[in-house]
Unconditional design. Sequence first.
Lengths: 464, 326, 386
Amino acid sequence: MAQIIDMPKLSDTMTVGTLVKWLKKEGDPVKTGDILAEVETDKATMELESFFDGTLLKIFSPEGSQVPIGVALCAVGKPGETVEAPKPPAGSSGTGDSPVGSGGMADPAMSSEHGRAACAPQPAEPPKPDAASDAPAAPAPVPATPPKPQTEAPRIPNERIRISPLARKFAREKGIDYTRLQGSGRGGRIVRADIIAAAENPSLLAPASTAPTAAGGPSSSAFRAPHSAFSTGPIQEERTVVVGNMRATIARRLLEAKTTIPHFYLDIEVDAEPLLVLRQQLNAALEKQGVKLSVNDFILKASAEALRRVPAVNASWEGTQIRYFGGAHVSFAVAIEDGLITPVIRDAHNKSVFQISAEAKTLGKRAKEKKLAPAEFTGGTFCVSNLGMMGITKFNPIINPPNSAILGVGTTVTKPVVKNGQIVIGQTMGLTLSCDHRVVDGALGAQYLAALKQLLEAPALLLV
Amino acid sequence: MPLITYREALRHAMAEELTRDENVVILGEEVGQFHGAYKVTEGLLEKFGPKRIVDTPISEAGFIGLGVGASMLGVRPVMELMFWSFYSVAFDQILNNAANIRYMSGGQINCPIVIRGPANGGTNVGATHSHTPENILAHHPGVKVVVPSTPYDAKGLLKSAIRDNDPVFVLENTILYGLEGEVPSEEYLIPLGHADVKRAGTDLTIVTYGRPVIQSLAAAQQLQQEHNLSVEIVDLRTIRPLDIDTVLASVRKTHRVLIVEEQRPFCGVGAQLAYMIQNEAFDELDAPIQRLGTVDAPAIYSPPAEIEQLPNSQRILKAALATMGS
Amino acid sequence: MSKKSTDKTAAAAKKTTSAAKTGGANAAPAAAPKPAASGPNPSHSSPVNTALSADEKVELYRKLVRIRRFEERSLRAYQAKKIGGFLHLYIGQEAVAVGCCSLMGKDDHVITAYRDHGHAIAVGMDTKALMAELYGKVTGCSKGKGGSMHYFDPARNFWGGHGIVGGQVPLGAGLAYALKYKGLKGAAMAFMGDGAVNQGAVHEAYNLASLWSLPVVFVIENNGYSMGTSQARSSAGELATRAAGYDMKWEIIDGHDLYDVRAKMEPLLRRAREESKPALVEIMTYRYRGHSVADPDKTYRSKTEIEDYQRTKDPINLFRAILQSEGALTDELIEKIDTEARSEADFAADFAEASPFPTPEDIQKDVYWEADNPSQRTSGGRLFFN
């Protein structure tokens, strides 16, 4: 069994190393203690030492590449042994904040699980936008009528009232409207003595304003009525909730993706009618075999097939190089309690829509039960996020690194369309491709969407 | 009750503990044959002999490190620093070794050492000999810091410090060495971490420790007579552990606070106190918390100027009036 | 100006890199280490060595190998990101700790600096707890609070594991002071590197030990470099002979030869115990790895130099050859010891991996004796702040 040698941690502060020079080449014999390569860290150029005896079978990281800790550099094993290509890096974990040993655990495990749960599977490569897509947010609710003070002291409206914490507490207890007082402390601050004096001698209080207020006039209380006519209580209990592992991972990864990947978006409208017809036929004909294909199953299949036709989209930005993947490993977003996760259909390009359907069903179920193994939600090369079932017509999802594109799928809309020069009732579906411009240019993204459209509008192609 | 000096109170504390526990040993520069640079240990050599009262060379890092090592094996060294100002040449031994060894060993090793000596200005010895490092010491978890203001407190606290299983640093005051106070002849201990209300009052709380306690008491008397102000004085006595509850109880009574310390303001003990008071008694405050400390410069030599650089009863009086007017 | 001085420094570095050791050795009579084969070595026939049974010799050899395999395994773990911070390896110096600590009786004490793995294993600490400490786990010898530089085991008279260069040396004098003060038997060994000898605290400790006749042997492990600066570039004069200024006995020892370490340390340690007199030894040794594993290793010495030491002076190879010639070690046994040492190291790593991390609640434990023993607490007030 070949040993994969990863980029080691060579200093206390290192997160990424530059492979300066290979001192052995593929096919060379290697023994324990041999220096395989030189690696430049943040502190120095260090030697990469072999802990194994054998033959250098394969070099994965060429000279000059910058490789995060834990990513495969080369393989050492018996001559002639075959070596599996290493999985694409599951996101960099090389921040100075991540606890050591994160090779064996997801970063956030330390923070909320006290590190005790290090063995429990955590979404090392998680969540991806779906619910968290950047479809334009609704504007923050604005109260119809801003609350107005019920009383006004003879001072500049809205001026901040200077009052000591103790005096404020006293005023509340004694029911004194301190906004009608002049303070005797430094800078006019109302102090405890002022409240006591006002309590004993109410004439010290300035007259209240006679201006009508929303609540219909001055209140005897110094304090605003807690409820206006419009509200009937809080919309929810005001509270704070500690951010859990999954939410923290979603926050970190999506913030990083949205702020470091140059996104652009391409929209296309697909005639969904042929797809819906085919789906209905297949489901009716195969009902007895227990087959029930969803629209999403076809989209997953079509996405993979389109990647076969436009493979340049099936790629990943790696800083100094672009990695093109041999297999279309298509992930899809599943909303689960407290967040979401993206299980992966591995080698979707080699699977039938029936296989994909069965696999997606199992993965989706396991995802909701939080039973996915890390291998089941890592290693995707392209992602599909579908909000069609919730009535969303179109949205721009955030790319799930290290992917270079993500497909946002909208709902099927029944609407007038022009077919053969006639206005007829058609069924259309909106698709949006979010692209990483470092890897996918506009024309390339457009080619991909065109291929996808062709496949979905002639869905029989997906069955061959 | 007999009247004895602060110096004698410290000496009595050490003598009693030397008698009580054979593991107690006094080490320091000039503590034996010379009778102590400030005569605190005078007579101890004659009484306890050279094994228990040990003159060291001028070698603070060496002998304090030696004391730390000896304490790991159960000796209870009471080390005199001729001035706490010299802690800087032994900083690594005091704050890397003594403060951390229990922690770094996962609780396997204790360091029951006492380091004591004067830490004060006001005697015109210039910037190098006038440090008051209680804030710097107390910044380090693992250590305890004691600053007694009276003979009674000095004796009771030093005895507790010597019996303590953690490192305890006792910061004394050369100006207070001659101060007389009532000290019972029977044995007593004052547990660390208990503040003492040195004067009860209703209008203003002065939180202080060390020599400014004495100065604040004088100011309080004048404030009562001339301004009809009733001032409560809380003497912290121990900086770490900190008896903040006694401080907060006083704040709830008077609602105004002045912190007085022989410390430069930046990152001083008063900064921590002010934070804790506002955090835990915000609604009790009728005015911003005020601080009076050493004027922010190295200790000046010039005698009249140094009086004005340090807290004194007139500066405290003015600061108290300002706190009442704010 | 700055360019000129840089050039000068570089030139000096070049010159001294290869000469760092021999410069010291020429002037020091007993220093030049010779392989055992070159002739009868009086140390080898010293009573402390001839008294060893074959089994005892094998156990000494086993300790050397266990230390090396443990550290090699820890390096792998470090590179796999299992270990934080620094990792200062002792590889190449094993005969010093094993030789010295093999002379310890139950009343003797040890303290050392941050390159402490060898001493910890030499005094008998469990490698599982040591590896777990590197991994930052609660099962570590310091509960994951000390790390590589801060191993402790007072039950085995091992007082650390100290991070600041030279800072532990006065503590070592203090251990000796406590022995003398309490009238206990035994002596203390205070280890330091050659980089510590110019720290003031070290000289203060020398002075106090000699002034007060403390039972301590100061041990300089001279591996030639204080981090990346050769002895010639950092220390004026000789290291061991500085003891003369403090009226202290001194000795220079070949640290590649375990028998020499034992032969020359034993009388000094015995003298410390019996006569309460301090001594200073300088043990010539060599480390194969960087100052810490994160530090560059080519800027100040040549690869050839390292390889020469590995080839001709490796303490494990030398001792193995001696034991083979004495008939105490067979090829079969050598293989067995090595295999067992490797499995022990792997087992320690597995144990460390499987152990839990400290919790946030653990952070504030072991700070104050009083806080950890609340029923016996006498003080009031807050010990911790936020």
